[in-house]
Design a protein around this ligand. Structure first.
Ligand SMILES: [Zn+2]
Length: 63
């Protein structure tokens, strides 16, 4: 499955409104809470416990 297809149905597991995620390099970033989910070996890690807060994401990923 292409990442773009995957992103059509994946949503942030932290947010009940299921906002979309955007891909930035090796990360998926939630458009609502801003938490990041690392993509490891092409597999996004969507575990809530391993989500990275916005202030701990690499600075160049923030828009
Ligand atoms: Zn979120």
């Amino acid at each position: 499955m292409e990442l773009s297809e995957f992103l059509e149905w994946v949503a942030c597991p932290r947010c009940e409104s299921r906002p979309p995620l955007v891909a930035r390099e090796d990360w998926l970033i939630c458009t609502q809470c801003g938490f990041g989910y690392r993509i490891e070996s092409d597999i996004p890690n969507l575990l809530v416990d391993e989500a990275v807060p916005p202030d701990q994401l690499p600075a160049h990923l923030k828009s």
